[in-house]
Design a protein around this ligand. Structure first.
Ligand SMILES: Nc1ncnc2c1ncn2[C@@H]1O[C@H](COP(=O)(O)OP(=O)(O)OP(=O)(O)O)[C@@H](O)[C@H]1O
Length: 775
């Protein structure tokens, strides 16, 4: 528990620059007494009456909304950050009434989130003005704006300028706020209120209740999914959320400082502030893993926003989904810019098993174009064209070479016959087929090809590992996450696969096309098969190769805003992949260098800078850890500081009085030791528990706690961005040893628990199970 509410408030209210600010005054320290239970009940009843009114209005708004839904979402645009004009409010409210339809669909979420109306401001516009009469106003804040029949606001959207005082007011700068109140609701029912005072001498009629909403939110148990923080956004977080859309907004800070959740609220804010631009242009949110996207996927819907595209790094390219991870060494090879040379050579190389010379009879003359000439044509054409778009250029160049091999009779007549000649077309289909980028990667399953194309770019050992990984893909029918950026790079080199125009195909051509898979163009057939199958939904093939090539690689969509979380882990190739989607975007980029698992930070930084271009940048630094109990975070900070002295260490605000527990066991007894740690934690916390284990124990521990439905067994890298009520960290030394990220990866694992952490050290040689706790 926080060691005393007033103390807690002092530490929680910090300015962005860490300047001490006078904290809000809570019930206990304003009047020296807590509100009586009768007073609390009265306050709750007052708020309930208002919330009832809002829900009644919403029922009416919904009925109206159905009539004008089609054009409503386009309304409600405002870029302004000052006071909002009435007509702007009207636009916003109309939009909100429509959007409430979506909110209704999510009514089941109400039990998990603070309700629709979550805040109230008691303002006095005469505050600080000498001798002025009080000029009081009550303003309610909610997830959506709602007004009554007289166009009077019943609730202001949390993103509207009129709501900003809810997040920004402090006792030093009260912004006319006397009392800020957070309403705790379950669905439409108000179940509690928590107040902060911005003045030391509030009016007598103002009751002050509770110990502060933030602390209550932080102490709650963690579920399987992230919650929004709309009721308790702190001032320094609000500044990052409402920062202008333009340019690059970087949000940095140590573990648990709210970077992710702030970035997601920023996405919702951007949609609100310029809906036309961001809804039509699109916002892309990219996170490290599928587990991460599943963890955060409800935050934006709970804020009333459904239109954001959420992707994990293995899912950025349309047509490919990857969750498999390569070994860290192989991922490093695939992620480095060095790999581009290999890709470039493969994309520009011969089609394996394609013809190596051209022979035909054209206009009664024997034509022969040899291998060297064909190679020269290929490289010349590829200097100016993408391969899949170069069929015309290559046909013209081949015609010239064919004429050069003949030089007899009339050139114009020869060229005329050459153009569209069946033998020429048949040759081109095999020598210059449409090439799917995935097919090019699979060519590299041949070790000699990977070695040849990789020469001077990667080492022979790297080339062999690369080639082996393609054979693994072919055996399993799955891509790795690192492969996705390579597919995207190849797609940019090759250009989109072109469909042969159906009406021009004759009998022979159809035969040729049925057979093209052997020439590396399975995508053409696959794409068609997929469309025939009914548009969009793919049947999973039993054949691994077909699974790898299923679907169609789309041209990268361009977004108006790209939001990247855990940015410190992106490889240079992944930055390039995102750069293709954000050429004209503004960006929000979230990261913490001390949690990086990517080795070459300088190379990644260069690729990132290239993706951003020359846009202006602004930086927001978060320095308060809201996730970990102080005891847990102190342990983690001690560990990381030993090897990363300049790690960005935030300040944890919540105490539990319970230190992390350390036990040592024989490696042979790992299962018993971990099961016993889990059993203890199941009693201590209400929510989720993660067993974080290095890969060597993963199989043995896989089923620990399975029957409870509250325990997950995960590898350290997969915990990125996630959090649990409690964690069991298995063999921390091995976690450091097995990952090139070393101590930084252990630091990630050590900062996932909100309330409890147990470390199970393993002794490979010892014969004593259950040694006494260390320390
Ligand atoms: N103002 C706030 N009110 C309530 N909870 C908050 C607030 N800010 C952050 N939190 C909570 O703190 C926890 C950590 O937040 P988040 O995951 O966004 O941090 P992070 O900086 O991205 O962490 P990491 O880098 O370790 O992944 C979450 O449970 C989040 O809801």
């Amino acid at each position: 528990m926080c060691a005393g509410a007033p103390w807690c408030a002092v530490r929680l209210v910090r300015s962005r620059k860490g300047r001490a600010e006078r904290p809000p005054v809570t019930a206990a320290d304003s009047s020296g007494r807590r509100a009586t239970s009768a007073e609390v009940a009265r306050e709750i009843a007052t708020e309930q009456a208002h919330v009832d009114l809002v829900y009644a209005e919403l029922a009416k708004a919904q009925a109206r909304a159905g009539l004008v839904e089609a054009d409503g979402l386009a309304r409600g645009r405002t870029d302004r950050t000052g006071d909002v004009r009435d007509e702007e409010l009207t636009g916003l409210f109309e939009r909100d009434a429509l959007v409430f339809n979506a909110a209704r669909r999510r009514s089941t979420l109400d039990t998990q989130y603070e309700g629709l109306v979550f805040g109230r401001l008691d303002l006095d516009h005469a505050l600080g003005k000498d001798d002025a009469q009080p000029d009081r106003e009550v303003r309610y804040i909610g997830r959506l704006g709602v007004r009554d029949d007289d166009y009077e606001p019943l609730v202001v959207d949390w993103r509207a300028p009129a709501a900003s005082a809810f997040y920004r007011a402090t006792p030093v700068e009260p912004m006319d706020v006397v009392r800020r109140r957070v309403l705790r609701c379950k669905g439409p029912d108000v179940v509690g209120v928590e107040d902060d005072l911005m003045v030391t001498d509030p009016p007598d009629d103002l009751v002050v209740v509770g110990d502060g909403a933030l602390l209550a939110a932080l102490t709650r148990s963690r579920g399987a999914q992230m919650r929004d923080i709309v009721a308790t956004i702190q001032r320094h977080q609000d500044e990052a959320i409402r920062a202008p859309a333009r340019g690059i907004t970087e949000i940095t800070g140590g573990p648990g400082t709210g970077k992710t959740v702030v970035a997601l609220h920023r996405a919702a804010y951007l949609l609100y502030s310029d809906r036309r631009r961001f809804e039509s242009g699109g916002i892309l949110v990219v996170g490290p893993s599928a587990a991460y996207t599943a963890y955060i996927e409800r935050v934006l819907p709970s804020l009333g926003e459904e239109s954001v595209t959420l992707r994990s790094l293995g899912d950025v390219v349309d047509g490919v989904t990857a969750t498999r991870l390569d070994s860290p060494e192989l991922a490093a090879t695939k992620g480095s810019l060095r790999i581009r040379r290999l890709l470039s050579r493969a994309a520009g190389g011969r089609v394996p098993d394609g013809p190596t010379e051209f022979r035909a009879f054209v206009a009664g003359k024997a034509v022969r174009v040899d291998t060297r000439t064909l190679d020269r044509i290929r490289s010349q054409v590829l200097r100016n064209h993408q391969r899949n778009l170069a069929r015309g250029a290559v046909e013209a160049a081949l015609g010239e070479a064919a004429w050069a091999s003949v030089r007899e009779g009339d050139k114009a007549e020869f060229m005329d016959r050459f153009d569209g000649h069946l033998e020429v077309e048949a040759f081109l289909d095999r020598w210059w087929p449409q090439v799917d980028p995935r097919e090019v990667l699979l060519w590299l399953a041949a070790p000699e090809l990977a070695l040849r194309h990789g020469q001077g770019a990667i080492s022979p050992e790297e080339a062999e590992a690369f080639s082996a990984s393609m054979r693994e893909a072919l055996a399993e029918g799955t891509w790795s996450v690192a492969d996705v950026a390579l597919i995207d790079d190849l797609a940019a080199r090759l250009g989109p696969v072109q469909d042969a125009p159906a009406e021009e195909r004759g009998f022979y051509e159809i035969e040729e096309l049925e057979d093209v898979s052997q020439f590396g163009v399975a995508e053409v057939g696959g794409g068609r098969a997929a469309r025939r199958a009914g548009g969009g939904v793919e049947r999973q093939s039993a054949d691994p190769r077909e699974r790898l090539l299923q679907g169609r690689i789309g041209t990268p969509g361009e977004y108006a805003h790209v939001l990247v979380d855990e940015a410190q882990d992106l490889s240079p190739m992944q930055w390039r992949m995102l750069g293709r989607r954000g050429r004209y975007s503004s960006w929000t980029v979230v990261g913490d260098a001390a949690q990086a698992s990517w080795g070459d930070a300088a190379e990644a930084a260069r690729a990132r800078d290239e993706a951003f271009g020359t846009q202006p940048r602004r930086d927001f630094h978060m320095d308060t850890n809201y996730r970990n109990a102080r005891e847990i975070f102190d342990y983690a900070a001690r560990v990381v500081r030993e090897q990363v002295p300049d790690a960005d260490i935030p300040h944890a605000v919540r105490e539990t009085g319970v230190d992390p527990v350390e036990v040592t066991a024989r490696a042979a007894d790992v299962r018993t030791a971990v099961a016993s740690a889990v059993e203890g934690l199941l009693d201590e916390v209400e929510g989720s528990i993660a067993v974080v284990t290095p890969s060597r124990y993963a199989a043995e521990l896989a089923a620990v706690g399975e029957e409870t439905g509250r325990v997950v067994v995960v590898d350290p890298m997969s915990t990125k961005g996630l959090e649990y009520d409690a964690t069991v960290i298995v063999d921390p030394d091995e976690i450091v040893r097995e990952s090139p990220g070393g101590i930084r990866v252990l630091y990630v694992a050590l900062t996932r628990a909100a309330h409890r952490m147990t470390l199970v050290h393993l002794d490979q040689n010892g014969d004593q199970a259950g040694d006494p706790p260390r320390d």
